[in-house]
Structures are given as C-alpha cells and as structure tokens.
Ligand binder design. Structure first.
Ligand SMILES: Cc1cc2nc3c(=O)[nH]c(=O)nc-3n(C[C@H](O)[C@H](O)[C@H](O)COP(=O)(O)OP(=O)(O)OC[C@H]3O[C@@H](n4cnc5c(N)ncnc54)[C@H](O)[C@@H]3O)c2cc1C
Ligand code: FES
Length: 258
C-alpha cells in the first residue's frame, strides 16, 4: 500500500465528491483501487480519472465514505491497486447506461472509446437533476447524451432502462456497458439481450481483501470473485450468477435481498 495526499476535492452533487490524489496511477476503464481511510476501513472504489492526479468519485453512504467526505486537501489516505478486469471496448458503436455514482467508471470508458474513434451514446440517470453525475464530462468528450431523472427535473422523466429500450429500438449498437444499482443493471441486461446487444456490467459486492484470497466477494454459484475475475463481467458470465438482481451479502456473509 502507498500513502498519498488528497490534492483536490470537487463537490459533484449533494452527496458525491471527486477526490484527486497526489499520485500518478495509470489504469484501464472499470478498474478500481482499495482505498484506506485511516481509523476507518479500506473500501473498493472505481478509478474515475486514471493517470496523473488519479481521481475517485465517491458517494457518501456509510461510516468510511462519510469520514472521507469530511476530509480536506492535504489529508493522507492509503491506496492499493489498480485491480480488476477492465471494461473492454470492441465495438464501433457503443451505448452505456450509468445510474447515479455508477457513472464513475462509465465516464473514463466513454472518453477512451471516443478517443479511439468509437461512436458512443450514454444514458445518464439519477433520481433528480442535482444528483446527475458527469453529464458535462461525457458531452465534452463527444458522446450523444440522454438524461433521465425519476422526478422529471431534467431530461426524460423515466428510468434509464426505459430510455435504453427506446434507443435500442431506434438505433443499432455493437455493445452495451452498464454500472449502477443492481436492479437497474439486471433490467439493462434483459433489454440488451432482447435486442441482441452484448453487454458488460460492473458488479458490486462486499470486499474485504480485494486480492482474491478471502472469498467475501464471490458471486453465487461458480466461484467467480468480483475483486479478481471482475468487477466487470460479460452477459454470458452474469447469466450464471443466481444472486445477480436478487441479493447481495453483508460483511458477515448474510444475504441482503434488494
Ligand atoms: C469494484 C467496486 C467499485 C466501487 N466503486 C465505487 C465508486 O466509484 N464510488 C462509490 O461511491 N462507491 C463505489 N463502490 C461502493 C463502495 O465501495 C461502498 O459504497 C463503500 O464501501 C461504502 O462504505 P461505507 O463504509 O461508507 O459504508 P458501509 O457501512 O460499508 O456500507 C453502507 C451500506 O451499504 C452496504 N454495502 C457496502 N458495500 C457494499 C457492497 N459492495 N455491496 C452491497 N452492499 C454494500 C452495507 O452493508 C451498508 O448497509 C464500489 C464497490 C465496488 C465493489
Ligand atoms: S474481496 Fe477477498 S476474495 Fe474478493
């Protein structure tokens, strides 16, 4: 583990901040780090800005992320990584669906895709306008952006999945990517399958070691570890996960149904 200083903190939404660290960490889209918050815990977080002054974009959720949100530039954190199988772009025209803080790995994916000449559409969803993440960033990268909010305060008043269904009816895409609430990703996979669009999804499970040893993050059944073989899986792999879209596990391994 290396200790690093927080260089800059950017408030993205009411409950989401981006932490730029004094660290050059090259990484591929969809990879993550284990971030240690002194006195609290170590947590997996997607790399939202790879490379110089590596960035992590973090939703305030429980004790560790709440502590992080109280920290200031100059404070020290611990970083291990980058880890995990990246999202792989092979199509010429892609569509991505990011719900809430799920845009953290989607934004660098879109930037990379467009820099390679890939045509990209992004469906960015949030509960309400002020919770939308990285809309300007993916627009600036050159993506076609479709915004959805549950309350209709910005873009279409619907779920991301409804917008995806409409878009896949209207346009042909080679590939789909998704990150966000698991119930959303479950529906995205179903819709994309109906339209015969191969999909990769960024899975989230409770991590302890982050290096494939403890077994805390294994998907049921088959033994694939989210920290090691994931966190990004292809639809053909995800279809075999009997917990996907149904339940996750807490730190003790107890099932928590969505
Ligand atoms: C590969 C990966 C990448 C991630 N990237 C990001 C990111 O870019 N930005 C971001 O904000 N968050 C990300 N997360 C989620 C983040 O790790 C958790 O939100 C964080 O650990 C919460 O820590 P906490 O101490 O604040 O809350 P906790 O007290 O740990 O959690 C609060 C609540 O969420 C539940 N919970 C915590 N972690 C998980 C989990 N993995 N699966 C299901 N339930 C859980 C707890 O049981 C509890 O009810 C990622 C997770 C994974 C596995
Ligand atoms: S977190 Fe320990 S095996 Fe994945």
């Amino acid at each position: 583990m290396q200790t690093v200083k927080i260089k800059e903190i950017i408030k993205e939404t009411k409950n989401i901040k981006t932490f730029r660290l004094d660290l050059d960490l090259p990484a591929l889209p969809g990879q993550y780090v284990m971030l240690w918050v002194p006195g609290y815990d170590e947590k997996p977080l997607s790399i939202s800005y790879p490379g110089e002054d590596v960035g992590l974009t973090i939703l305030k959720k429980g004790p560790t992320t709440t502590r992080l949100h109280e920290m200031k530039a100059g404070d020290v954190l611990g970083v291990r990584g980058p880890f995990g199988r990246a999202l792989k772009i092979s199509g010429k025209k892609i569509i991505a669906v990011g719900g809430g803080v799920g845009m953290a790995p989607i934004a660098p994916l879109i930037e990379k895709a467009i820099s390679k000449g890939v045509e990209a559409t992004v469906i960015v969803g949030a509960v309400t306008k002020r919770e939308l993440l990285f809309v300007d960033r993916v627009e600036k990268a050159g993506a076609k952006v479709i915004i959805t909010t549950d309350d209709g305060t910005c873009g279409l008043k619907c779920y991301t999945t409804h917008a995806l269904e409409q878009e896949l009816k209207a346009e042909k895409y080679d590939e789909c990517f998704t990150c966000g609430p698991e119930v959303m990703m479950y529906m995205v996979l179903g819709i994309a399958k109906k339209h015969k669009v191969p999909t990769q999804a960024s899975m989230e499970r409770y991590f302890k070691c982050g290096i494939g040893i403890c077994g805390a993050c294994v998907m049921d059944d088959g033994g694939l570890r989210v920290c090691k073989e994931g966190p990004n899986f292809r639809d053909v792999e995800i279809e075999k996960f009997k917990d996907f879209g149904k339940y996750t596990r807490d730190a003790s391994g107890k099932k928590i149904y969505w």
